[in-house]
Design a protein around this ligand. Structure first.
Ligand code: C2O
Ligand code: CU
Ligand code: CU
Length: 487
């Protein structure tokens, strides 16, 4: 009798409430475990070296444009820079003056932001620098920071998620003359490979942003593209291969592992190399974060890079894709491999000293606000004096994953919940995963560029959150100066 009653109640609930039915469906649907048959060679974005102009400046041209792509779903309409999907890898040396001419042929307003780059606020390409359709923008600055894997992407007000999702993103590799760069695999496209990872959802052959039921972070696709290639494999001819992992998705968090838990060397983070290679079995990247890893291969083997559970075991994690797993890329080693050895040490990174900090600020991420405020282009949330160091305490106040990004600077993580950071957070960072309910203490030096009239941004790099206003502004001024933002 009781059983019968319960069964009826359950049935009535399922039939009556779409929401309840969806919940029941959700609870019974297992997390994704997507296996790939690795039938396409990995595309490697071409390097743009630009042209040297009369002043000795390296000049690149980027045209944001629509195009057609083949992801195995017929013809998919996409966006790209100088092509149908993604963009060329821009590359410049530390110390070089560069300029990028960006032209917008998308049919809607865009901007291009140089994520991770230290540069003047007016060149930063945030929402303050809209490029109208048919218009253009020239960004010019001098590259002055350690060699690193940076990237560029649109940053227009409220449209960043859509524009990145359609394909607008590219790498900007900074080189320097540190001996470690030569000691590591460095032959681009041969043993030094960009691995720009994105998840997609297709509907009727087109990219769809329908979203996943219950996700609080936006689109969570069930297919992976690496450099725009579905199900990719890479032929490798040397014993060591360097992978520049970039999470260029809109929301998804990846926890990269090699099949069988094979250890690999983590050699770099967002803004540069680590002091030394650190052997690990996994590296987790939230949206916008990068890691450089070096993988050792055996002759003739096939080794799969995967992403496995990235968040805890709770319900919130499941809603936000934290228990999904994916095949990412298959490495196919040749029968004979060129021998290569991993250097024992890499670069000596100076540590920023919190005792010298001019300011300490606190930020709490909650809902779609940072410390109770949404984005306002006319408000300076922080006024920073040029050439000073600041400590920022950034906390995630809730269960939703966020990722914290600051423009202009590379920072160091001092503490996570009062403890020293793990090795993967020990190097230069511009973005850090804000795990639910955790506290991060970071330190940055705001050097070289002051501009009281133009703000830099700090924000959640979950692109839906960013578009919904989870963003603040800081202005770097000369001592005694006041900001004058126009909004
Ligand atoms: Cu990668 Cu403000 O952005
Ligand atoms: Cu940025
Ligand atoms: Cu967020």
């Amino acid at each position: 009798m009781r059983k019968w009653l319960l069964g009826t109640v359950a049935l009535v609930l399922v039939l009556c409430g779409g929401g309840v039915a969806a919940l029941v469906y959700y609870f019974t649907r297992p997390p994704l475990d997507v296996r790939a048959d690795f039938d396409r060679p990995l595309a490697v974005p071409p390097i743009a070296v630009g042209k040297i102009d009369a002043e000795g400046r390296r000049v690149f041209d980027l045209r944001a444009q629509p195009g057609d792509s083949d992801f195995g779903h017929g013809t998919t309409r996409t966006w790209g820079y100088n092509g149908a999907y993604l963009g060329p890898t821009l590359r410049a040396e530390r110390g070089e003056a560069v300029a990028v001419n960006v032209r917008n042929d998308l049919g809607e307003t865009t901007t291009v932001h140089w994520h991770g780059m230290h540069l003047p606020a007016a060149m930063d390409g945030g929402p303050h620098r809209p490029i109208p359709t048919g218009g253009s923008f020239r960004a010019a600055w001098t590259v002055d920071q350690p060699a690193a894997t940076l990237w560029y992407h649109p940053h227009p007000s409220e449209r960043t998620e859509t524009q990145v999702y359609r394909g607008l993103a590219g790498l900007f590799i900074v080189d320097d003359d540190e001996p470690a760069q030569r000691a590591l695999p460095h032959d681009y496209g041969v043993d030094d490979i960009p691995v720009l990872v994105q998840d997609k959802e297709f509907s009727g052959g087109q990219l769809s942003m329908g979203g996943r039921f219950g996700s609080d972070i936006g689109v969570l696709g069930d297919e992976i593209l690496v450099n725009g290639t579905p199900r990719p494999y890479l032929d490798v001819r040397s014993g060591l291969v360097r992978l520049r992992l970039v999470n260029a998705s809109t929301a998804r968090i990846y926890n990269f592992r090699l099949a069988g838990g094979r250890p690999f060397a983590l050699v770099g983070t967002d803004g540069g190399l680590l002091d030394r290679p650190y052997m690990t079995e996994h590296v987790r990247l939230s949206v916008g974060e990068r890691a450089e890893i070096v993988v050792a291969l055996e002759p003739g083997e096939r080794l799969t890079l995967r992403s496995e559970r990235s968040l805890g075991g709770d319900l919130e994690s499941r809603f936000n894709g934290g228990q999904d797993a994916f095949d990412i890329l298959q490495l196919r080693a040749a029968a004979t491999l060129t021998p290569a050895t991993l250097p024992k040490t890499l670069v000596a990174t100076p540590r920023l000293d919190p005792a010298r900090a001019a300011q300490t600020r606190d930020f709490v991420f909650q809902g779609r606000e940072i410390s109770g405020r949404g984005m306002d282009m006319s408000r300076a949330d922080a006024v920073v004096v040029k050439d000073t160091t600041e400590v920022w305490n950034v906390a995630n106040g809730h269960d939703t994953p966020h990722s914290f990004h600051i423009h202009d600077v590379q920072f160091q993580v001092l503490q996570v919940n009062g403890q020293p950071p793990p090795p993967e957070l020990s190097g230069w960072k511009d973005t850090v995963f804000l795990e639910p309910k955790q506290r991060y203490r970071i330190i940055a030096r705001f050097a070289d560029y002051a501009d009281p009239t133009t703000a830099y941004m700090f924000h959640c790099h979950v692109l839906k959150h960013e578009d919904e206003g989870m963003m603040g502004q800081f202005v770097v001024v000369e001592p005694g100066q006041q900001p004058r933002l126009h909004g």
